[in-house]
Design a protein around this ligand. Structure first.
Ligand code: PMP
Length: 431
């Protein structure tokens, strides 16, 4: 149904500036559908920016909240049955390298988890510097913001924690170096090896390399497996830790439980958030047990860590992700491939590239396929207006805010996904 009046700006005035401002007010939601207070409905192709993996207000999640809220919610910094159960489950579902032999430090948000990653990486290695990547997004506080590039997130907020070295991410579509003889992945991997293993660089003082296995906010960029493999080798040589930030790419979204699993690489630490919570705040840092053993007891208190209510919900969420009948993770893989083909089939002059893994798909929009000039803000605004007024919610990302994400809940009905994509395709025709 076409939404006639989007006179919602007055309602968003009450929001603090700084957060994103979508001209939608959510009143209620179920599955992939959101209703605003006027009764307009929207299909959410963003899953609440990757959070609602199993769909909003899933009946089993609602039931878990009901049950747990009558038993125990806040356990302070004492361990709780639910936290123990969740930590054991997380260990079981980790990628190789962490699985079965890891400790989870729970956090409230992705940014928190990354703050923890930096802090612990320094403590366990005794080193001080961190390598992160251009276009990376890891959060908005001190260490996490220092890792994050992007003027919008940094301008006027610094100085942040020092000691972060940014290296090129293998964003093949816009790679600044010559790729005639080597792939972007090889060049980017070799550059990190150079930083880590050359005596006159920071070399022996680098504590960790922190990387998104599929870059998220930077434009939905899935490098080939070789990139992470090269990073692993370079870290092994230097003694730096390899930390994968799976806050956005994890929890089944890319067609495997963790995006790092597409490469076979064993990380030393992994951060999670968003889709692990089943719609309630849940994030954390998982690290190898031998590393965790080096952290002194009581040195990192955290009042709300793994609140029992969040833990119960997260366990339900994971159970749904692993349910063999729903088969959500394989479904994400299959549906993602089909959706990419479908979008390419629009043959729009504005689509520069369609890329992604599973249901983490980016559509890079350009003015010109040859020059790759990003779509203008004006046209993006028009396109966003079109999809929204036809009941579809999409959230852009990318270095030039010209990449539309297709990242619905993994439960999205197939037909509804393609119907929503048609709305986007029609929107392109209006530009
Ligand atoms: N890391 C990555 C890869 C993310 O995508 C995000 C959020 N976009 C964060 C960290 C920060 O998460 P939060 O917004 O929960 O602090």
């Amino acid at each position: 149904k076409a939404v006639e009046a989007l006179a919602l700006s007055a309602r968003t005035e009450s929001m603090a500036r700084g957060g994103g401002r979508m001209p939608v007010v959510m009143d209620r939601a179920f599955g992939v559908t959101i209703k605003d207070p006027d009764g307009n409905t929207f299909v959410d192709l963003s899953a609440g920016v990757g959070v609602s993996s199993v769909g909003r207000c899933h009946p089993k999640v609602v039931e878990a909240i009901r049950q747990q809220s009558g038993v125990l919610m806040h356990a302070m910094e004492v361990n709780s049955s639910k936290r123990t159960e969740l930590a054991a489950k997380i260990s079981e579902i980790m990628p190789e390298g962490l699985r079965g032999d890891c400790i989870t430090f729970f956090a409230q948000s992705g940014s928190d988890a990354l703050e923890a990653a930096v802090k612990f990486a320094k403590r366990v290695t005794g080193r001080h510097q961190i390598i992160a990547f251009h276009g990376g997004y890891h959060g908005v506080w001190n260490a996490s913001n220092a890792l994050t590039t992007g003027t919008a997130y940094r301008k006027g907020y610094g100085p942040f924690m020092g000691g972060v070295i940014h290296a090129p991410y293998p964003y093949a579509y816009r790679f600044p170096f010559d790729t005639t003889h080597k792939s972007a992945e090889q060049i980017a991997g070799e550059y990190v090896d150079y930083l880590l293993n050359t005596p006159y660089t920071a070399a022996d003082d680098v504590a960790a390399v922190i990387v998104e296995p599929v870059q998220g906010e930077g434009g939905y960029v899935p490098p080939s497996p070789e990139f992470l493999q090269l990073l692993r080798k370079a870290c092994n040589k230097s003694g730096a830790l390899l930390i994968v930030d799976e806050v956005q790419s994890g929890a089944g979204r890319t067609g495997k439980m963790w995006a790092v699993e597409h490469s076979g690489v064993k990380p030393d630490m992994l951060t999670f958030g968003k889709g692990m919570g089943g719609d309630v705040p849940m994030a954390g840092l998982v690290m190898r047990s031998d590393l965790a053993a080096k952290i002194p007891d009581g040195s990192v208190p955290n009042t709300f860590a793994a609140n029992s209510l969040s833990a119960a919900v997260s366990l339900t969420n994971i159970a749904l992700l692993q349910d063999p009948e729903l088969d959500l993770i394989n479904r994400a893989h299959q549906l993602g491939l089909e959706a990419q083909e479908y979008i390419r089939g629009f043959n729009s002059p504005y689509i520069g590239e369609v890329r992604g893994r599973g249901l983490m798909i980016g559509i890079e929009l350009v003015e010109d396929k040859v020059t790759k000039e990003p779509l203008t803000g004006e046209k993006l605004g028009k396109l966003m207006g079109h999809v929204l007024s036809h009941g579809v919610l999409m959230v852009p990302c990318g270095r030039y805010t010209n990449v539309m994400r297709v990242m619905p809940s993994l439960t999205i009905p197939r037909k509804l996904l393609f119907k929503a994509l048609d709305v986007f395709g029609d929107g392109l025709k209006t530009l």
